[in-house]
Design a protein around this ligand. Structure first.
Ligand SMILES: Cc1cc2nc3c(=O)[nH]c(=O)nc-3n(C[C@H](O)[C@H](O)[C@H](O)COP(=O)(O)OP(=O)(O)OC[C@H]3O[C@@H](n4cnc5c(N)ncnc54)[C@H](O)[C@@H]3O)c2cc1C
Length: 596
């Protein structure tokens, strides 16, 4: 039996981003002995990178705004594939969660009369994003972290969870390792919350950080939970394209929200050629009308530069393909022509420094070059809307690793609000569940099997290192399961992923267990491969285009498919099983919002 340290808790939360912190705060507030486990330092979770803001119908800038309009925008942005109940709870509870953040010390930017200021973002009918310049995630994390620390929650940082433990059908804890020493840690827990974020590192060009290797998705899948809509991957329209070393880094939608416009190499405002019927009624169809909206929002027909992200990303892709791209394969984004330098530096300080330092571009005087970058996965662990419970007893999920809330495409700003709304609900759900069960048993045989698997890469005499395998996977996903897909490409992606799995099964690492990044990546590979296979298979099954899933061979939405989730689970034979299930039916009183 390998040596390990053991910790017993009522609830463990895996992940210390916005969702994990909020879940841990709630579980602790409800009397649970709670631990927070995260693979980076506390405060370094991906949430810290969020720029533009948190969406909530506070109605501070537009008094007409309310939860029903936010709900409708979210569903329409998600192309109606959202779990309606999650979208409803999110729209109803987001304002309360934002005010709670303020009570806990978050300092949002202000209107002239001292209320929380809200900015425009794509797909939102009204200016709705509470923000702190373009550093909103930092304020959110700072506030939640401070609150969590004062609650006395135990934090295990730089500690990576590799497997969930089961006691019969129930999840009973997790196996992890300290990144610094490589030593094993076992958590026994009555309930476990997954809040591990996304999957960006499966793609070659991404705005996501190193942590996003799909761990929570894969941990849930291995434990028997279901994943839904893994084909729905968001490519943010504006990532940096130059220089190559920073390709993919995000350029916040706040640039367009604050006045920035997109142009092609002919200087044309090309977005006017890409307005879908779905949004035509509320989108300006002449440059003059759009410019009037920027200056005087009373006219209320929004610029097409702020259509939902899937629409803008596809339009940029089409312009570049048609030979009207910028010198480095993107398009131009310009805010200097419309706003004074002082305004740009005050509203978008991170963007100003990012371009100055990384690309030697002064955005107060010059255009930026931007193009699509993999940004967010809408697909994730299937959960109950009210409790965040997965289909496995004792297991909960919230934040980017959970599915359903955003349907086929997420609106900007709706992730930060999702984290605090459903983080809280996951904490509540886990606390209630933990109160109803006895302390779980930890099965040493399961721990031993995980430990043996983790050590295997050191023992191999041949085999290759993990970096080439990850690079080949990223290239495969980018070229064959990326922004535009076809059946032939997706089948090829599946074959290549199967071959990569064989290579990963023989992965070899050198050295010892103390801080060994090669070994850490070797341990991340199975999760990266699982989420990639799930995306490729689900994308092949969904024979239509919807939101973040675009099929060149099925270019239109299909009503039949629009009513179904694609569900991925582990089959009895261990192979991946992909099927469909009907969406929960929306009640008539909410349906009426789309008929008005
Ligand atoms: C550049 C950028 C800007 C963005 N801007 C906005 C915005 O303005 N508004 C908005 O709404 N959304 C924005 N988003 C999206 C949003 O930031 C994310 O979707 C959100 O922060 C995810 O939060 P989370 O709590 O689910 O996960 P994260 O914040 O990523 O936290 C994940 C946590 O899980 C831990 N973890 C992962 N795997 C393991 C493991 N195996 N063991 C232990 N711990 C693990 C990590 O260490 C981390 O602590 C942006 C995203 C990016 C990339």
């Amino acid at each position: 039996m390998p040596e390990y340290e053991r910790h017993d808790y009522d609830v463990i939360v895996i992940g210390a981003g916005g969702a994990g912190l909020r879940a841990a705060i709630e579980a602790s507030a409800r009397g649970c002995r709670t631990a927070l486990v995260c693979k980076s330092l506390l405060g370094k979770a991906h949430t810290v990178m969020a720029e533009g803001g948190i969406a909530a119908a506070l109605g501070n800038v537009w008094p007409q705004d309310n939860w029903e309009v936010h709900f409708r925008d979210t569903m329409r942005g998600g192309k109606m594939l959202n779990n309606w109940r999650m979208a409803q709870l999110h729209a109803q509870e987001a304002p309360e969660r934002v005010r709670e953040l303020e009570e806990w010390g978050a300092l949002f930017d202000r209107t002239n009369d001292g209320r929380i200021l809200q900015r425009d973002f794509g797909g939102h009918r009204y200016a709705r994003l509470a923000h702190v310049g373009d550093r909103t995630g930092l304020e959110l994390i700072r506030t939640l972290q401070q609150h969590a620390v004062h609650k006395g929650i135990d934090v295990f940082m730089e500690c990576t969870v590799t497997r969930l433990l089961k006691d019969g059908d129930r999840v009973s804890g997790a196996v992890a390792y300290w990144r610094e020493s490589g030593n094993l840690v076992v958590f026994a827990a009555k309930a476990v919350v997954l809040a591990t974020g996304g999957v960006g590192k499966a793609f070659a060009v991404t705005s996501n950080s190193w942590e996003y290797t799909g761990d929570g998705h894969a941990l849930a899948y291995e434990a028997g939970a279901e994943l839904i809509d893994m084909e729905c991957v968001q490519f943010h329209p504006t990532g940096m394209v130059w220089p190559p070393s920073v390709r993919g880094i995000l350029v916040t939608e706040g640039v367009r929200g604050d006045g920035g416009t997109l142009r092609n190499s002919d200087g044309e405002r090309f977005m006017f050629d890409y307005i879908p019927d779905f949004f035509r009624a509320e989108t300006a169809d002449t440059v003059a009308e759009a410019d009037a909206w920027y200056e005087d929002k009373e006219n209320n027909r929004r610029t097409p530069d702020l259509l939902p992200r899937d629409e803008v990303a596809r339009a940029i892709n089409a312009e570049v393909k048609a030979g009207r791209g910028s010198p480095h394969g993107g398009v131009f984004l310009d805010i200097a022509a419309r706003r004074p330098a002082e305004y740009i530096r005050r509203r978008l300080p991170s963007m100003y420094h990012q371009f100055k330092q990384l690309a030697d571009v002064d955005i107060t005087a010059q255009s930026m070059e931007v193009g699509p970058t993999m940004h967010y996965i809408m697909g994730g662990v299937r959960v109950d809307a009210d409790t965040a419970a997965t289909t496995v007893p004792g297991l909960f999920a919230a934040g980017e690793c959970a599915g359903g809330m955003h349907g086929a495409n997420r609106l900007g700003g709706n992730s930060l609000s999702d984290l605090v709304v459903f983080g809280r609900r996951a904490g509540m759900g886990a606390a209630a569940d933990a109160a109803a069960v006895d302390a779980p048993a930890v099965d040493d045989a399961q721990v031993e099997a995980v430990a043996a698997e983790m050590n295997a890469p050191f023992a191999r005499e041949d085999g290759e290192g993990p970096y080439d395998i990850q690079r080949d996977l990223q290239e495969t996903m980018h070229t064959l399961a990326g922004i535009i897909r076809t059946e032939a490409e997706l089948l090829e992606a599946r074959e290549r992923i199967a071959a990569l799995r064989e290579r990963a099964a023989r992965v070899r690492v050198h050295g010892h267990r103390q801080y060994n990044p090669g070994w850490h990546l070797a341990l991340d590979l199975p999760a990266l491969l699982t989420v990639s296979e799930a995306t490729a298979r689900a994308a092949n099954l969904r024979r239509e285009s919807r939101g973040g899933h675009t099929r060149d061979d099925y270019p239109d939405p299909d009503d039949g498919w629009g009513g179904r989730n694609v569900v991925v689970r582990r089959g009895a034979d261990g192979a991946m099983d992909v099927s469909t299930a009907p969406l929960p039916e929306m009640p008539a009183e909410l349906r009426r919002l789309f008929e008005e």
